[in-house]
Design a protein around this ligand. Structure first.
Ligand code: NAD
Length: 485
């Protein structure tokens, strides 16, 4: 399949809603368009998924057969790595080398969950109830782990291949059927991945790809009475809307992977030769459009100036550019809307009196590029720059005096997705790990994750966990069976 064929295929997919343009964010040029599928298509997709679940064409297969299919999916992703990476760069502005790495992560996600297919089990116990029920008190009881019938999988634009694989691999391993909606900005790679699933042997009707806006297609999935579970990645604002939709429809179960405002705490005994470049990378990579990017740095007072200067120098070194620009490390923001949002936060900060150490403006060329931006002199209690998720290449840096102040500043957020601390004091590192209110904590490392470890947010950064064993649990429900002996 060629990129051109994918651009044509999406244009030809049927729909009844608005025509949605797809823009290359590094040039602002429209590369293709598609039609919002419309509510009837969501009904039809859910009906196909439900029929496949009831017929057991996937959930009823021997577990080792499901495993083989998922392994084949992984191999096919590797075989198609070039086109997937090319689409990732074209559609999401991700530099080519990074797009290749993301694609590799996607195939490993399928291999990891292929292994889980044969390891889904429950517990069994012989129970003596003590005769309280007036019948023979000897019982045999066991649990069955059963997949949800139809799950709705909805995810954002910031890593289209990764997001698709991170949701589909565990959902398929568990035996679920699904309706899948990628972000309206980045639907292209999902077409290739959908084809790969079919080629690998996922039966028809098990995975149903739909395209459209969030407020149309997404909302129709979350409110559908036959969707038993929604696994969502995206903003906290939309996460809240999904909770409302569940409450107003069938109380479907929900997993939410939401926004973040992740702190990075640097103590004066830290190895700054490592901490400064890693924190810069962990802040500005993908133009700050990764949920776990560090966006609030706190430096102990003695090293504060050095950290500000070091991060600003690194920010200035980061070469911005599109997929065609050789050596570009950081791509554009995804859209005009996102560009306006990021520049809006910077302008708001300027009028609040913050100091822009470096950056603070868009690049003087076509494309939604914003210079990596370092901001100081921020009021942590009142500044929107400090409190709200910007999802752009903007970091605030504040000084602190001691451990208690560092923890208080870091935890001064409604979010709790990830956090990092840099220190060479082993005891302090582990103390801080316990005190930071975040789902993932890095000790002298940042932006680490792996398919084998759970991932999820504290506070308003999420509900539940994905990835690792917890990732497959997300798509299983537990039935408890009691048998009179
Ligand atoms: P978004 O919430 O606007 O959209 C995410 C997805 O939800 C899209 O597919 C969109 O079409 C859909 N959607 C929008 N409104 C909907 C509705 N009412 N009902 C159902 N679906 C709806 O998020 P975004 O701007 O695309 O992505 C950025 C956000 O995603 C950031 O907040 C970021 O932190 C978050 N994110 C979180 C993680 C994580 O793992 N915690 C990972 C990546 C991104």
């Amino acid at each position: 399949m060629s990129v051109q064929a994918v651009l044509e295929e999406i244009r030809e997919r049927p729909g009844t809603g608005e025509v949605i343009p797809i823009i290359d964010p590094s040039t602002e040029e429209q590369i293709t368009e598609f039609t919002d599928c419309g509510p009837e298509a969501i009904d039809a997709a859910v009906a196909r998924a439900k029929a496949s679940a009831e017929a057991g064409v996937w959930s009823g297969l021997p577990d080792y057969e499901r495993a083989k299919v998922l392994w084949r999916v992984a191999d096919l992703i590797d075989e198609n790595a070039n086109i997937l990476a090319e689409l990732e760069s074209l559609n999401a502005g991700i530099p080519p080398a990074q797009a290749q790495i993301i694609t590799k992560v996607g195939s490993e996600w399928f291999r990891y969950y292929a292994g889980w297919c044969t390891k889904i089990d429950g517990i069994a116990r012989d129970v003596n109830t003590g005769g309280l029920t007036g019948v023979d008190s000897h019982m045999h009881t066991y649990t069955l782990r059963e997949p949800y019938g139809v799950v709705g999988l909805i995810f954002p634009w910031n890593g289209p291949v990764f997001n698709f694989c991170a949701k589909l691999a565990p959902a398929l391993a568990a035996g679920c059927s699904s309706v899948v909606k990628p972000a309206e900005e980045t639907p292209l790679s999902a077409l290739v991945l959908d084809r790969i699933l079919a080629e690998a042997g996922v039966p028809e009707g098990v995975v149903n790809l739909v395209n459209g806006y969030g407020h149309t297609a997404g909302a129709a999935i979350t409110a559908h009475p036959d969707v038993e579970k929604v696994a969502f990645t995206g903003s906290t604002e939309v996460g809240r809307a999904i909770v409302h939709a569940s409450a107003d429809s069938n109380l479907n179960k929900i997993t939410l992977e939401l926004g973040g405002k992740s702190p990075v705490v640097m103590f004066d005994d830290a190895n700054l030769d490592l901490a400064i470049p890693m924190a810069s990378f962990g802040t500005f990579i993908h133009s700050g459009q990764a949920c776990v990017c560090g966006s609030r740095i706190f430096a102990q007072r003695g090293i504060y100036e050095q950290v500000v200067e070091g991060i600003a120098n690194m920010a200035n070194l980061m070469q911005l550019g599109g997929p065609q620009d050789e050596g570009a490390m950081v791509g554009p923001l995804i859209s005009q809307k996102q560009l306006n949002r990021v520049l809006g936060y910077i302008d708001q900060g300027k009028s609040d009196g913050v100091e822009i150490v470096t950056g603070g403006s868009r690049l003087d060329r076509k494309g939604y590029f914003v210079h990596p931006t370092v901001v100081t002199n921020v009021d942590p209690d009142n500044s929107r720059l400090f409190q709200e998720e910007i999802f752009g290449p903007v970091v605030t840096i504040l000084p602190f005096d001691d451990e208690d102040e560092a923890v208080a500043l870091a935890n001064n957020s409604t979010y709790g997705l990830a956090a990092t601390t840099w220190t060479n004091d082993l005891g302090r590192a582990h103390r801080i790990a316990k005190r930071l209110k975040a789902g993932t904590v890095g000790l002298n490392c940042q932006m680490q994750f792996d398919h084998s470890m759970p991932f999820g947010g504290y506070k308003q950064s999420g509900w539940g966990y994905e990835s690792g064993k917890a990732g497959i649990e997300t798509y299983l429900q537990t039935k408890i069976v009691w048998a009179q002996m």
